[in-house]
Write a protein that binds this ligand. Structure first.
Ligand code: GLN
Length: 486
């Protein structure tokens, strides 16, 4: 936010490069904006103002010496699930309320290396479990478009921060939709890369076979810039893949003539709001106008099982990952007893919130000797079917287009009593994580002032095509330029 206008990364870069503005000025403007509106939006758990200004000063020195990258000196917000050395990383959980990581996530090392500026750590659903950011142990983030509604989740703070002009871009994580669904709810661009494209080192684990870090930005061009900076093989993450990272800005030609785009009918689920269906159909028609060849009758028949598969696999992995919080190694530790078992039990009883406990119980149950074959093994088999089905469809189509979320943002409190309703928020995004594919959500319309998002899904490691389609759409639409008034 500079003089009341929110800059994109590429606009800010131009101003920095031509010395019309300094990183210190940009950063101070963002901090002022945070001070002014975060009491309403509540996107941020920890503001790191002093550090941000220090980093901005260093960035200005880099720029003065001619050493400038598109992200140098640009202020960003980081989801509080990504480890930041010396800075509290809470996962919005009591368990990690006072946890200060002794190391940086790889994405942070990469950003620091090019002189990026971190404004603070963004609120989220506890341990990234949720679709509304209401599961934060600290407070609920509000949707900048309507403060009585949720920003989506789990990366709700990261999405709201960009939508509210508190940061120029942000990082989130996506296990089943946690970047794309809040991007849709807050009318920003949110990208989940292919599983293995971005290092997960230092990303606090929820479900390791599904988690991926990705950016929230104001447009697709900016998403390409952040992706350029954070992607790539990392020896510290054995699941990151050692293949070259293209320059993602190169594919943004605006030309999608002759491209084959499929619309899988299973994604227009029962109960989906009509305003969402209408907006997405109109958006797909726009792609057709641009010369893409649309097939409205693509079928991915195993799609309806994806949600069930996810709610076996993700909790199973979570139950294993969260076993590390025992009050001994790090994090919250119950002290009021001499009995080790009681200490461990009470640590978890008081340290974890209800949704996290629900997931741990689901996961331990699905993995127990008596039920492993019936649930976990079966879910893994269906996961393979879902992945194969995508592979087959991608032999015929370059990209798939779907709604991101079945609804516009819902009211705070509307779904907290009904976990299944909450889980249904991610029906359109979860299959993508099951298959490890890249996908983006971009603004695609409004219904009574509430944002609607469109999802574009691509082949594994073909981020470029996803970006190309989404970028072409943004060349002929203005949804992404609209800003919430606060
Ligand atoms: N809403 C889904 C869940 O609660 C996805 C969360 C995520 O992507 N981190 O598990």
């Amino acid at each position: 936010m500079l003089n009341g206008r929110q800059l994109t990364i590429s606009e800010a870069y131009k101003l920095l490069k031509t010395k019309q503005v300094s990183s210190v000025e940009l950063t101070q403007a963002a901090l002022d904006r945070i001070e002014k509106i975060d009491l309403q939006v509540k996107a941020i758990v920890t503001v790191t103002g002093e550090l941000a200004l220090e980093q901005a000063k260093k960035a200005d020195e880099m720029i003065a010496s001619g050493n400038i990258n598109p992200l140098t000196g640009i202020p960003a917000m980081i989801k509080d699930v990504i480890c930041t050395k010396g800075i509290k990383t809470t996962c919005s959980s009591k368990m990690l309320e006072n946890f200060i990581p002794p190391y940086n996530a790889t994405v942070m090392e990469k950003l620091n290396g090019i002189g990026a500026v971190m404004l603070g750590k963004a609120n989220m659903d506890e341990f990234a479990m949720g679709s509304s950011t209401e599961n934060s142990a600290f407070f609920t983030t509000h949707n900048p478009w309507d403060l009585s509604r949720v920003p989506g989740g789990s990366s709700g703070g990261s999405a709201a921060a960009v939508a509210a002009g508190e940061a120029i871009y942000s990082l989130g994580s996506d296990t089943g939709g946690s970047i794309r669904q809040p991007a849709s709810f807050c009318s920003v661009t949110g990208f989940k890369p292919t599983y293995g494209r971005v290092s997960r080192y230092g990303l606090i684990a929820f479900a390791s076979s599904l988690d991926q870090i990705g950016p929230f930005t104001q447009d697709v061009n900016d998403a390409a810039l952040v992706l350029n900076a954070i992607s790539g093989y990392d020896t510290r993450d054995s699941t990151s893949v050692d293949i070259p990272v293209p320059d993602y800005t190169k594919c943004l030609t605006g030309n999608i003539k002759g491209m084959r785009i499929g619309v899988p009918k299973e994604y227009f689920v029962e109960g989906m709001q009509k305003v969402v269906v209408d907006a997405i159909k109109a958006s797909i028609a726009k792609l057709e106008e641009l010369g893409a060849i649309i097939d409205w009758n693509v079928t991915l028949p195993h799609t309806p099982y994806a949600l069930a598969v996810y709610y076996i696999i993700a909790p199973s992995e979570a139950s294993a990952n969260l076993a590390r919080y025992d009050g001994v190694k790090y994090g919250y530790s119950y002290q009021d007893t001499d009995n080790m078992w009681e200490a461990m039990e009470k640590t978890r009883e008081f340290g974890f919130g209800p949704e996290v406990k629900r997931r741990i119980m689901l996961g331990t149950y699905a993995l127990s000797a008596g039920y492993y074959d019936a649930y976990y093994l079966k879910a893994q088999k269906v996961r393979t079917l879902i992945r194969n089905e995508f592979d087959e469809v991608f032999e015929k189509y370059d990209a798939l287009v779907t709604p991101t979320s079945p609804t516009v943002p819902f009211k705070i409190g509307e779904k907290t009593q009904d976990p299944i309703q909450m889980y249904l928020s991610d029906v359109c995004t979860i299959p993508v994580n099951i298959a490890g594919l890249p996908a983006i959500s971009i603004p695609a319309g409004f219904a009574e002032g509430l944002p609607i998002g469109m999802q574009v899904i691509g082949r594994p490691f073909d981020e470029a095509t996803v970006l190309k389609v989404a970028h072409a759409y943004q060349q002929v639409t203005d949804w992404h330029k609209k800003r919430a008034e606060l």
